[in-house]
Design a protein around this ligand. Structure first.
Ligand code: GDP
Length: 313
């Protein structure tokens, strides 16, 4: 990938796409192609085909997806499965037809089996039952990976797939119910601090463990692997360690500087007990994350404070 190449970032307004866009701009790439949802509906096949034929990008980062936390997945199963399948099939097929040189697709660590051995290796994909709360999203993302591999095998189309662990960072969705745990907790603790509330409710038992990757680190990994990785096999992208939700809540409390108590609500679902990626392949390829969790939470909280009016609630 060279500086004058035309690079399309699908989903540039989302958490991941915006980070990839920022990263490419910082590195001096200036032939960047984006389209808002109003300009291009990725779930509309003909629009996507025409867009690719018209613009003929050289490289594609496919970061567009319908995403959400545990509650949103449970509540909107049809939207999660349909929109993700539609986006993937239209973008991958149109990119191949338009002669794109390489496409990078983003899966997720939640597509591995619910009880996969920990840490989860790339080989554990499709070896067991999925976590029911996010199976709709997972099935769609697995289809996207298989599509990349099928196009690689049949047409030699260089479509690579990365499996990021749980992500967080600036530009996240801070909706109290539909967001992922980090933005939801940052907002809850911040509100509690502002209103002098005695306690904050954290969903579940606090015992599940999660691994968290700062989204700007993911963007760095995406650009690195777009330049250097040439295989159809998926690659896990993580930091190599996890923490419990209870420990995370303590860390968020510290970053926000909230003085009250933390209460757990076990009537809310815990989801998968543990989700830690094996990152030996990634390490062998020569990449590692740079931002530690407390640092990343602090950047994210500062961004939230500065952008409360425009961030997605
Ligand atoms: P998951 O990794 O797919 O399970 O997605 P989430 O980020 O939504 O949830 C991670 C864990 O954090 C689950 O065990 C949730 O029950 C727990 N959690 C605790 N408080 C919250 C909250 O306010 N919002 C969300 N989304 N999760 C929470």
């Amino acid at each position: 990938m060279n500086k004058p190449d035309k690079i399309y970032i699908a989903g540039h307004r989302g958490l991941v796409g915006a980070a990839i866009l920022r990263h490419l701009q910082q590195q001096g790439y200036d032939n960047l192609l984006t389209a808002t949802h109003q300009e291009l509906d990725l779930s509309h096949q003909l629009q996507v085909q025409n867009f690719f034929q018209q613009h003929q990008p050289d490289y594609v980062f496919l970061a567009a997806a319908k995403v959400g936390g545990i509650h949103a997945n449970n509540r909107y199963p049809a939207e999660f499965i349909y929109q993700n399948l539609a986006i993937e099939t239209h973008v991958i097929e149109s990119a191949y037809r338009a002669g794109v040189r390489k496409l990078l697709f983003l899966g997720s660590s939640c597509i591995y089996p619910k009880f996969a051995p920990q840490p989860m290796r790339e080989q554990h994909l499709l070896t067991g039952e999925l976590e029911p709360t996010n199976q709709w999203y997972a099935v769609a993302k697995i289809a996207g990976i298989k599509m990349c591999q099928a196009y690689y095998q049949q047409y030699g189309f260089k479509a690579i797939s990365l499996m990021p662990t749980n992500l967080y960072g600036i530009g996240d969705n801070f909706h109290l119910e539909n967001a992922h745990v980090i933005p939801a907790l940052l907002r809850k603790f911040h509100q509690a601090k502002m209103t002098n509330a005695k306690h904050v409710e954290v969903w579940g038992t606090g015992q599940p463990r999660r691994e968290f990757l700062y989204v700007d680190d993911l963007a760095d990994a995406c650009v690195f692997l777009m330049q250097s990785y040439q295989q159809a096999e998926i690659v896990n992208i993580g930091v190599g360690n996890d923490i419990s939700i209870a420990e995370l809540a303590q860390l968020v409390k510290k970053v926000v500087d909230y003085q009250g108590d933390i209460i757990f609500d076990p009537s809310k679902p815990d989801g998968t007990p543990r989700k830690l990626l094996d990152i030996s392949l990634l390490s062998k390829l020569g990449w590692s994350a740079k931002t530690d969790l407390e640092q990343g939470l602090t950047h994210t909280y500062h961004w939230f404070l500065a952008n409360q009016d425009k961030c997605r609630h």
